[in-house]
Ligand binder design. Structure first.
Ligand SMILES: C[S@@+](CC[C@H](N)C(=O)[O-])C[C@H]1O[C@@H](n2cnc3c(N)ncnc32)[C@H](O)[C@@H]1O
Length: 233
């Protein structure tokens, strides 16, 4: 069963101080490459107004901000104040300054009018929201016609050997590493959240139901991660 939103928010508030360090170790730095791919597939361009959903400590929002330049604008949205605090501090030390606004809000109720954004990204957020169809509907609503979105997350590998490796890695590397930071429970939630997470094919169906005309799911990292690329109209 999906935990309530308040519990998810508390988890991300607690892990905020070590989140980036753990991500780097646990993915052997690979998450940076996967995030760059998602940003590229979102189609963000100079001068665009872009949305990064579930921005966490803000690394994807920073990558998008570099694409849109100082004529564009990026809005990073998250409901964890601790993650947003880190995102803000990290971005402030960037030179040249990045055009990012950090917004504390629930991505299931986005505080923007319809048809506002030129593109959107989301990294490891969709698996964590309590209502995936609602999240996709909100995303669809705030994108301009013709705009694209790229959603990166864990994936269900189709190959049995890769699936076994992924499970072994989560159980034997991720959880023990998190344990050394006193965060066992916080990282043990990844495996059950992945079990509940729709497959690439199911994500395509949900995207079409939300209104997206074009949806493609790209398995990456030997199928252990996936990027859902969506287009509105
Ligand atoms: C695994 S982190 C991902 C952070 C970052 N995007 C990344 O790729 O590293 C998931 C983030 O989603 C946020 N989140 C989960 N559900 C949310 C919701 N309904 N509204 C806003 N933020 C949410 C959490 O607070 C957390 O910071």
């Amino acid at each position: 069963m999906t935990p309530p939103a308040t519990e998810i928010r508390d988890i991300f508030n607690r892990i905020a101080p070590v989140y980036d360090q753990l991500n780097n170790w646990l993915s052997l730095g690979q998450h940076k490459i996967w995030k760059l791919m998602a940003v590229k597939w979102s189609g963000a361009k100079p001068g665009n107004i872009c949305l990064d959903l579930c921005c966490g400590s803000g690394d994807i929002a920073q990558l998008v901000a570099k694409k849109v330049g100082n004529t564009g604008k990026v809005y990073g949205v998250d409901f964890s104040s601790a993650q947003l605090g880190i995102a803000k501090t990290r971005a402030e030390s960037h030179y040249p300054p990045l055009s990012i606004n950090w917004i504390e809000a629930d991505v299931l109720n986005l505080p923007w009018d319809d048809n506002y954004f030129d593109s959107a990204t989301m990294g490891y957020g969709l698996r964590n929201v309590t209502d995936i169809p609602r999240c996709l509907q909100e995303l669809y609503r705030v994108l301009k016609p013709g705009a694209k979105a790229a959603i990166l997350d864990f994936n269900h590998p189709t190959q049995e050997t890769i699936r076994t490796f992924q499970q072994w890695y989560l159980d034997n590397i991720v959880v023990p590493t998190a344990k050394s930071f006193g965060l066992t429970e916080e990282y043990a939630y990844i495996a059950p959240s992945l079990d509940r997470f729709p497959t690439g094919q199911q994500q395509l169906e949900l995207a079409h139901q939300a209104g997206f005309t074009t949806a493609t799911h790209y398995p990456i990292a030997a199928g252990m991660m996936g990027v859902l690329v969506l287009s509105k109209g």
